[in-house]
Design a protein around this ligand. Structure first.
Ligand code: GDD
Ligand code: MN
Length: 370
């Protein structure tokens, strides 16, 4: 088995020697190569060429017309000759000694190994408080939005190891930095494992993280949601639900202005919103799942929604009477549970098709933590 350690670099002239030395030391008994993909504007290319001259394990490519951490790693995948691919940063925030432990897991048959800062035994000591908060927000955002990332505690890590088969034949289009999320969302793997590690502070130079990169991250997650049928469906369902609230309000206001009682106006507007939600979900959210007549689907949707209203009212009444939380909070919790109910019933009953079964099976295979 050959291991390729891929290191993206941008202005890391003071770290190249040390990181290479420490990797050499850690991997004495391993067949490996180190590949730097460099976009620097400082002296890093000179340092790299010196190191590559004296160290047969080292190769590098200096890109002139391209920049970006994610695409640098993808380029590294193309250059790599190994059956196993490791990605790490140049600044020693990722301890090179970990490579051995990671490789052991791969040799046991695991497909993806991710050192995590956020499981017992790990720590994220290398980040400032502000970065910690942003980093936590970014992680939860990805885990909420993307089904395939949900089981990973450190999906924004720049440190991981995979078998080459995980990305073989897969088109990777990372926007910005988070190549691991791209691989978790698009790669082919059956097993993923996390090992705790302590993230260190930077050895030399400074971080290249920027507001632009945070914006890229949001674009990246959005694209992955868009490309994932399951994740896209829930977002569309939520948007349709929001549009229903607006339809309901608009009809309600017009009806009251025309002299209807609020009760009648409320009833009519709720029914029209339900109808509009049904049509939008039928045309957009589940446009690919039409297994029965529309009247049949509409009836199922109506039944589900009516029970949903029952769930909401039941929960908010219970919370208001027994738990004594604020009445708005009680309704919010009710809405939350009822939305989950509506989504699940819509997905598995109202618009259920054989085609959907296939989608669910393949996504279940996607991430199984061992
Ligand atoms: N080729 C290339 N091109 N490399 C880049 C670029 C680029 O445009 N931008 C950054 N890099 C390289 C850096 O030289 C470094 O080796 C690595 O990518 C990470 O950059 P840092 O500037 O050190 O990032 P960080 O420490 O703020 O964040 C790192 O740690 C976080 C926590 O694990 C990154 O790995 C993040 O992705 C990660 O979330
Ligand atoms: Mn760093």
């Amino acid at each position: 088995m050959k291991l390729s350690v891929i290191i993206p670099t941008y202005n890391e002239q003071d770290n190249i020697f040390t990181v290479t030395e420490l990797i050499d030391k850690a991997l004495q008994h391993v067949n490996y190569e180190i590949i730097f993909v460099d976009d620097s504007s400082d002296n890093t290319p000179d340092v790299l060429s010196q190191v590559a001259k004296v160290n047969a394990h080292v190769r590098y490519e200096h890109r002139i017309d391209e920049r970006g951490l994610g695409t640098a790693v993808v380029r590294g995948f193309e250059l790599a000759q190994g059956d196993v691919l490791a990605i790490m940063d140049a600044d020693l925030q990722h301890p090179p000694e970990m490579l051995n432990t990671m490789l052991e897991e791969i040799q046991k048959g695991i497909d993806v190994v991710v050192p995590s800062r956020f499981i017992p035994g790990g720590s994220d000591g290398g980040l400032s408080l502000l970065r910690k908060i942003i980093s936590a927000g970014a992680r939860y955002m990805a885990r909420l939005a993307l089904h395939s990332v949900r089981q990973s505690t450190d999906p924004t890590s720049g440190f991981f190891m995979i078998r080459r088969e995980v990305i073989a034949g897969v088109i990777l289009r990372p926007i910005g930095w988070k190549i691991l999320i791209e691989i978790l969302a698009r790669g082919n793997y059956k097993s993923i494992i996390e090992i705790p590690y302590a993230f260190r502070s930077r050895s030399a130079g400074e971080s290249k993280m920027s507001v632009q990169e945070q914006w890229n991250y949001i674009k990246h997650i959005s694209l992955l949601v868009y490309d994932s049928p399951i994740d896209r469906r829930f977002i569309l369902f939520a948007l349709v639900g929001l549009s229903g609230v607006m339809v309901n309000m608009a009809v309600y206001i017009v009806a009251v202005r025309f002299g209807l009682t609020v009760t009648l106006a409320g009833f009519i507007s709720a029914l029209i919103a339900l109808l509009s939600n049904f049509i939008l979900n039928d045309r957009i959210t589940w446009s690919d799942s039409k297994n029965s007549g529309w009247l049949f689907r509409a009836s199922k949707y109506l039944i589900t929604s009516l029970i949903g209203i029952g769930i909401d009212v039941g929960i908010l009444t219970f919370l208001d009477h027994n738990v004594h939380i604020h009445y708005v909070m009680a309704n919010l919790i009710g809405i939350f549970v009822a939305t989950a109910w509506n989504y699940l019933l819509s997905n598995y009953w109202t618009w259920h098709t054989a085609k959907r079964k296939v989608l669910i099976t393949s996504s279940e295979q996607v991430s199984k933590r061992v």
